[in-house]
Design a protein around this ligand. Structure first.
Ligand code: 5GP
Length: 126
């Protein structure tokens, strides 16, 4: 079944300026802002400005310009937030939740960039 984008989701409202956000950086195709309930000292959400529901939707249907911009923004944030090992940081985790099993709460594609503390193993068993 093709993805259907709901333009009433909270990130769509942030993109329209209807809800404030703590912006980290913004480009033509991408917005990054701090998570309202941070799970780590660094917790930045990176979202494309286009109407994509989740990772495979974005990866399959976004333009190359959107995808490249999105990925480059994530790299710049890892550097500017001081978590990139390439810049002497202690590391980070990128998480993209999709759908029910992954407990995706907001149906607008986003990556979480988490860091600034030891993050433990990727998943708990069960
Ligand atoms: P998901 O579970 O969909 O991967 O993650 C959604 C994330 O969005 C959560 O970490 C949640 O704290 C964050 N979030 C939900 N509503 C808002 C909001 O209005 N502003 C910001 N900055 N983050 C939000």
């Amino acid at each position: 079944m093709p993805y259907a984008y709901d333009d009433q989701n909270i990130f769509a409202k942030i993109l329209r300026g209807e809800i404030p956000n703590d912006t980290v950086t913004e480009t033509e195709h991408t917005l990054a802002f701090r998570d309202i309930e941070p799970q780590a000292p660094v917790h930045v959400l990176v979202i494309p400005k286009g109407p994509y529901v989740c990772h495979d939707h974005f990866a399959a249907e976004a333009s190359e310009a959107e995808i490249v911009d999105f990925m480059r923004v994530t790299a710049r944030i890892c550097a500017s937030e001081g978590v990139s090992p390439s810049e002497g940081g202690q590391g980070f985790r990128v998480i993209g939740n999709a759908g029910e099993d992954a407990v995706q709460e907001v149906p607008h594609y986003h990556l979480h960039i988490l860091g600034g503390r030891p993050l433990g193993r990727m998943l708990q068993k069960g």
